[in-house]
Design a protein around this ligand. Structure first.
Ligand code: SF4
Length: 316
């Protein structure tokens, strides 16, 4: 079969590499930067212990760990990638903690510092749905008039019982509202979900794909649940391992393919797997399986099933 799918290439799902090629003329890479923000679930506003799975040490690559300035981190990150592809463009990826959680003048100064670096084409801002309000979104809409700006929300689950159980400190209604308000300003929206959270079932995850499809989400990241050291979830896993079902790669692959079949084909899928640093990861150990390797397996499995992203939606 040699089909060109709705996303304009022959891949069986709407992948991020091709989406970036459609958006930008040349090769583009995200460069992580620690903007020095915190999070209301860490600083005592909502809680101090954070979400039960969170260890922020997993977020940052080496060039962020020394906490140089935003400019220094970006310069170092861009130099690293430019060795291989000298003409590459970059997006400053504010990933750790909640990168819209500060007074407006602080946000503006930190974003502008990033945008002032030669080679930076735009911003990707990871944050919580309860850390954006109309003023913050208006600032981002203003910036998006002159550069690419994406807001990437940690959503994790569409189920309020789960969100309470993992101590997110917000509801799914908060998430839906933030996504709608962001999209209403024509700002691209990313969303991050964890598949495998305790208390949820395979049916919940497949229903999630349909809920996601009904929201104005542009980019999606899926992650298998990983138990990471120095988290509340690690303590719970040690005491009550029977509460957890950690996927094998094979089982997760089948789930992801079923999920993709229920996902609107307009949504770009950026990732399927987490890759927590081995020294922090407790379980499951997938022997270094990288996201790009898993993505190849997804393509292969979709082809074996003669399936593609949104197939079930299209035939429902
Ligand atoms: S996952 Fe995000 S929102 Fe939750 S505690 Fe960590 S930084 Fe805060």
């Amino acid at each position: 079969m040699n089909t060109c799918f709705p996303w304009g290439h022959e891949g069986r799902y709407n992948d991020a590499t091709n989406a970036l090629r459609r958006r930008f003329p040349g090769r583009v890479q995200k460069v992580s930067v620690d903007g020095g923000f915190t999070c209301p679930n860490r600083d005592g506003t909502l809680a101090v212990s954070g979400c039960s799975y969170c260890n922020n040490e997993t977020f940052n690559p080496d060039y962020c760990r020394e906490q140089g300035s935003i400019a220094e981190q970006l310069q170092e990150g861009m130099a690293f990638f430019s060795k291989k592809y000298p003409s590459m463009g970059f997006l400053a990826y504010f990933q750790a903690y909640s990168n819209t959680y500060a007074p407006l003048d602080v946000l503006r100064a930190r974003y502008e510092e990033a945008l002032a670096q030669s080679g930076i084409l735009g911003l990707v801002l990871g944050t919580r749905p309860d850390c954006v309000d109309a003023q913050v979104l208006d600032l981002l809409a203003e910036l998006s008039q002159r550069c690419y700006v994406m807001v990437e929300y940690g959503v994790e689950s569409v189920n309020d019982t789960t969100l309470a159980r993992i101590h997110r400190g917000h509801t799914f209604a908060d998430t839906a509202r933030a996504i709608e308000e962001t999209a209403r300003r024509s700002i691209p929206v990313g969303a991050h979900f964890i598949l495998g959270l305790p208390g949820e079932t395979r049916d919940d995850w497949l229903r999630q794909a349909e809920v996601v499809s009904g929201l104005p989400i542009d980019h999606l990241k899926l992650h298998q649940l990983q138990i990471v050291k120095r988290t509340a979830l690690a303590n719970e896993h040690r005491q009550y391992p029977e509460r957890f079902h950690l996927f094998t790669p094979e089982e997760y692959l089948e789930l992801v393919v079923d999920y993709l079949e229920r996902l609107d084909p307009r949504i770009v899928v950026e990732r399927f797997t987490s890759e927590s640093p081995p020294e922090l990861l407790i379980a499951p150990k997938w022997e270094g399986l990288r996201n790009y390797q898993f993505a190849h397996r997804v393509e292969k499995r979709l082809a074996e099933r003669d399936s593609w992203q949104g197939k079930v939606l299209a035939t429902a």
